[in-house]
Design a protein around this ligand. Structure first.
Ligand code: MF3
Ligand code: CO
Ligand code: CO
Length: 296
């Protein structure tokens, strides 16, 4: 059901009818205010570009390749494999499917995928170091296919996990699941962050603040920011056609982090484990669809 919520328009804001005039000079006091144009309103007010059915189809097709890549990663992850080898496998898959790896050369990122091991929170750079039994490794894949971006990641066990690894991976996966229960028109971005924070902190884990989910589809990172913490009922109202990622990074210890000398690798300040799961979602008339679906 749609909650009774409204979007506040200031007198000097662009008119929600999409005329391009100020609200006060257009529909505010008009006898016959024109209907709200939600596409224009979200573009003008938040910089959010809502997606049309053909765009969603395009992102879904890109997302299918992302999921196939993650499956391929899972098949290849075992003790002894290097993250450089995973990078090569992912890049070859993209090449063979007419897709482009979005991370490669993005703001100077040197590889095609992000591989984040154990205390690395995100943006780990593939390298010539072998995975070890008991590690956890997050692989983050973003592809551009036919002009459309889809973005997803998963944290995998390497060999046999210990209790801490099991716990953090479970809590991170469940955090994304909790977020998904909030993906319905009429809820807000704050509801998503609230659901994640509530669950993760109840489980005695912490939520990373410095990195957030994001709009995606036409570009790698579009408005809005999607924080993984927050207050119920706050923030932008979810409306059909919004496409964004949710990608909670959950830590076993402190939420604090530092970035390594490579200017990318984000590491927990106490070097305790961190895990993450990410999918790309579209808000529909009655809920949501994952455009990068996998079981959690
Ligand atoms: N895929 C990451 C995300 O979920 C972004 C990686 S940026 C890169 O937003 F440059 F490291 F690839
Ligand atoms: Co993302
Ligand atoms: Co990602």
């Amino acid at each position: 059901m749609l909650k009774n919520q409204t979007i506040k328009i200031g007198r000097n804001d662009p008119c929600p009818c999409g005329s391009g005039k100020k609200y006060k000079r257009c529909c505010l006091n008009a006898k016959n205010p024109k209907p709200v144009n939600i596409e224009k309103l979200y573009q003008q007010k938040y910089g959010i570009r809502l997606k049309q059915p053909k765009d969603i189809e395009g992102i879904r097709a890109s997302g299918r390749l992302v999921i196939e890549t993650l499956d391929l990663m899972e098949e290849n992850i075992r003790p002894g494999v290097t993250t450089e080898q995973l990078n090569t496998i992912a890049q070859e898959f993209a090449d063979n499917h007419h897709a482009v790896s979005a991370p490669l050369n993005y703001r100077g990122f040197p590889k095609s995928i992000c591989t984040s091991i154990n205390e690395v929170i995100c943006h780990g750079i593939p390298e010539d170091r072998a995975l070890v039994d008991g590690d956890i490794v997050n692989v983050d894949i973003t592809l551009i296919y036919n002009g459309y971006y889809a973005d997803a990641n998963k944290t995998f066990f390497v060999g046999t996990p210990g209790p801490d690894a099991r716990k953090i991976v479970h809590v991170a996966a469940e955090s994304l699941k909790q977020a998904m229960t909030m993906l319905v028109p009429g809820n807000t971005l704050g509801d998503i962050g609230w659901a994640i924070q509530q669950y993760a902190e109840d489980a005695d884990c912490s939520v990373v603040r410095e990195f957030v989910g994001h709009g995606v589809g036409f570009e790698f990172h579009e408005p809005p920011h999607v924080p993984h913490y927050g207050k119920k009922g706050t923030g932008i109202l979810l409306v059909p056609g919004m496409v964004f990622t949710v990608e909670p990074m959950i830590n076993l210890g402190t939420a604090r982090l530092f970035v390594a000398d490579d200017n990318w690798t984000a590491i927990t300040a106490d070097r305790e484990l961190s895990a993450q799961f990410e999918q790309t979602f579209v808000i529909t008339e009655d809920g949501f669809e994952s455009l990068t679906p996998y079981a959690l």
